[in-house]
Ligand binder design. Structure first.
Ligand SMILES: *Cc1c(COP(=O)(O)O)cnc(C)c1O
Length: 389
């Protein structure tokens, strides 16, 4: 493990995470619960360590996308409530119950299946009802003509044997986009969720303990939509315009080192396809960081990393395991010099713009051979390598 740290690694700043959590907590107030979205290995940051930090800090809930992700947390001693946002096959219901994992229920067929299975076991599965108010992904469809059927279906589900409906939620499609149409769409989704909840509660006499819908965009932009619990992901990790607005800090810094230095004469073609040719004598650093580490190949010839002396532009095509950067004139940059790929000095938002994507995709893409080093009070408190050894 130690030996790999000086190839390419991700520093996960737990202090930044806790700072962000503290700011969000303060903004939402004491009445509102906090669910940290830690699906997809906490957006690439390492879900176990992120969850541990959130648990210690007093967060209320975690969310993941699958039972495997939930089990990883339970088997690593995370005790706080966990919600699975995605589908879980009915064969796994007993495991959900035994490990006290909350399951989203997204339609009538699944409610029936889960209920039958739990009832047969003489146990109770904790669920949150998922309502599709306009995302058109998972959830009971309830727009327009579907309203009454949704209310009926949800009322049925929450009174079924073996199911304990703790919460109800929806997901926004455009809460993080600016514009009148987008705002209207989000307000309509919100309004619809409220109407469904009210109708179900009236019909069933059961009150949902936790209504939630606010992702990053809604948490920041629409305080009224925080309801009983907010559910941010990106905001917590400190990326994007909303994090900037609240003065949050990026949690991940991706670093590498210069592994080799070459000096080429003018007219030398660099890397596959020879798309870059040196204009003069150029000093080139080889970085052990390529698309297999999560570097997007479309950034070839377009992105700059940051050296201790300043930015160094990429030259030529990004390879699977390596890429080349121009360090001409940076005389103090040598083999072993630390390079920031993205982080506080080289914002991931810029990389996302150039790659034509969003920060989410970039942190999720940091691959399993990139070790994570967790930093607290300026010290590495834990290192994690995902390779099987
Ligand atoms: C991923 C996800 C979130 C978090 O979204 P952010 O934009 O990262 O805040 C919230 N809710 C659901 C259902 C999700 O799938």
């Amino acid at each position: 493990m130690e030996s790999t740290l000086k190839r390419t690694w991700a520093e996960i700043d737990i202090d930044a995470l806790l700072y962000n959590y503290g700011v969000i907590r303060e903004k939402i107030g004491k009445e509102v619960k906090f669910l940290g979205v830690v699906k997809a290995n906490a957006y690439g940051h390492g879900s176990v360590m992120i969850s541990k930090a959130l648990e210690d800090a007093g967060a209320d809930y975690l969310a993941v996308s699958s039972i495997d992700e939930a089990m990883e947390l339970r088997l690593n001693d995370i005790k706080m409530p966990i919600l699975i946002l995605g589908h879980t096959p009915v064969e796994q219901v007993e495991r959900l119950i035994d490990y006290d994992i909350t399951q989203a229920v997204t339609c009538r067929a699944k409610a029936v299946e889960y209920s039958e299975c739990a009832a047969k076991l003489n146990k109770t599965l904790k669920i949150h009802i998922k309502v599709d108010t306009g995302m058109s992904r998972l959830g009971y469809i309830c727009r327009g003509d579907y309203f009454d059927e949704a209310v009926k279906g949800i009322t049925e589900a929450i009174t079924m044997k073996g199911l304990d409906a703790e919460g109800i939620f929806t997901h926004f499609a455009v809460a993080d986009e600016f514009g009148e149409d987008e705002d209207r769409y989000t307000r309509e989704q919100f309004d619809l969720l409220q109407r469904v909840c009210d109708a179900v509660e009236k019909k069933s006499g059961i009150k949902f303990k936790i209504r939630h819908c606010a992702n990053t965009g809604a948490t920041v932009r629409f305080p009224e939509m925080r309801l009983d619990m907010v559910r941010p992901g990106l905001l917590l990790y400190g990326y994007g315009e909303f994090a900037k607005e609240w003065g949050l800090k990026p949690v991940m810094t991706l670093k590498t080192t210069v592994s080799t230095i070459k000096i080429y004469p003018e007219g030398t073609k660099v890397s596959y396809g020879g798309i870059y040719e040196t204009h003069k004598g150029e000093r080139m650093g080889v970085l052990p960081y390529g698309y297999a580490d999560g570097f997007f190949r479309c950034l070839s010839n377009k992105y700059s990393v940051v050296t201790p002396e300043g930015p160094a532009p990429l030259r030529g095509k990004i390879c699977m395991d390596m890429s080349m950067v121009d360090i001409t004139g940076y005389d103090s940059v040598g083999v072993g010099s630390e390079i920031e790929i993205f982080g506080p000095r080289n914002p991931i938002e810029k990389m996302a713009d150039i790659a034509g994507t969003i920060p989410y995709e970039l942190t999720c893409a940091v691959s399993k051979r990139v070790p994570r080093a967790y930093i607290k009070n300026k010290e590495v408190i834990e290192k994690e390598l995902l390779l099987r050894m």
